[in-house]
Design a protein around this ligand. Sequence first.
Ligand code: FE2
Length: 186
Amino acid sequence: MSSNNLASRLYPTRIDIPAVQRSEIVTLLNQTLAATSDLQSQTKQAHWNVKGSDFFQLHELFDELAGELEEFIDMLAERITALGGYAMGTVRMAAANSILPEYPTDILVGMEHVTALADRFAAYGRHVRDAIAQTDDLGDADTSDLYTEVSRTIDKRLWFLEAHLQTSNNGNNVTSTANNRDKVTV
Ligand SMILES: [Fe+2]
């Protein structure tokens, strides 16, 4: 069975959302599951490899962010199965289906990792915000609410990351981050 078919596979269920809509919602949730798993592992990558004078506080912060994403992975996968879908949750499935670019391997110090993560949290946040409206339009207020919860946390965590980059030079660093973010299109 192809990956596309697996992402929209439905089992019989008594839930009162029609199969046509559930198939679309489950496909979207599987895309988000892949991106969340990818972002979680990339955040761990930063947690392990960050160096420099900000090492300890960033090492701790990145671990906190990864822990939140781990909870979202479970929420998303279980929403998929509650809708009668098939959760595509392996690392290989995530790598094949993620909307995010691979994490850079040529960065070292704290602010380089903060910038790389801010770019990816922003791209992920845009995907999640789009999904709030899409799932609402498909008649699934519960999945839309789940996406809203994720979106609120991601916005807050993007603030935490960008606060490291918003220095006294009137936001020049922020502009540079925003430009980088534009490159991470989804
Ligand atoms: Fe650790």
